[in-house]
Write a protein that binds this ligand. Structure first.
Ligand SMILES: Cc1cc2nc3c(=O)[nH]c(=O)nc-3n(C[C@H](O)[C@H](O)[C@H](O)COP(=O)(O)O)c2cc1C
Length: 187
């Protein structure tokens, strides 16, 4: 199964980087697959560590893709690093194996510490809409505009019916980014 998460990593200077990533989760191992080039990949190769944040605040997903990367953090317990203060749960990882690839290397990881911070609140369609729209935005250069527009029209239905303030704010940031991209293409 692939879980949509936020990965926090640090570089050798201890500076933190946050990025949304789909993590392939098996029983006691997980795989992170960053497309090159990637700061997450660079940091993981240098420190051999990362943190998975299981987080339902979709503003952080949308924020990372629209230049808003400054989110409250707390220090990790068993590795050098940070987890998101607003995450529901987090897992601290060590990289145990690298399967290298020119496009998308696979980083096999093992959890060395896991913690729950808040209960899961149930599924929400607007959160799904924001995640899907964020993925579309990360691929704007590769997708035809008609496909993006059709998918956004569909995603807006769930958003309009079920969003709270966090989801509406995140959606607004994403639509702003799409508008800027469209203006850039037209210019
Ligand atoms: C829900 C979601 C899942 C994503 N999953 C991945 C992934 O598995 N691998 C990847 O390289 N980028 C993924 N992306 C896009 C990255 O978050 C984005 O391109 C980011 O800038 C990665 O590069 P970085 O490590 O330099 O920050 C995902 C984006 C979203 C919104």
């Amino acid at each position: 199964m692939i879980q949509e998460t936020l990965i926090t990593t640090v570089n050798l200077q201890g500076e933190v980087h946050i990025a949304p990533m789909g993590v392939h989760v098996n029983k006691d191992q997980c795989i992170i697959l960053p497309f090159r080039p990637s700061t997450t990949l660079d940091n993981m190769l240098k420190t051999k560590t990362a943190v998975i944040n299981y987080c339902d605040d979709v503003r952080i997903f949308a924020g990372c893709l629209t230049g808003r990367r400054d989110w409250p953090l707390l220090p990790t317990r068993q590795i050098e690093g940070y987890y998101l203060a607003d995450t529901l749960a987090h897992a601290e990882l060590k990289v145990v194996r690298l399967e290298d690839d020119d496009t998308r290397p696979k980083l096999f990881c093992q959890a060395v510490y896991e913690a729950n911070h808040s209960p899961f609140q149930g599924f929400n369609r607007a959160q799904y809409s924001v995640l899907e729209a964020a993925i579309l935005i990360s691929r704007l250069d590769r997708l035809p505009w008609e496909k993006v527009q059709a998918e956004l029209d569909y995603l807006r239905v769930g958003l309009d019916k079920t969003a709270g303030e966090r989801e509406r704010e995140a959606w607004g940031w994403l639509m702003e980014a799409i508008e800027q991209h469209r203006q850039g293409v037209a210019a």
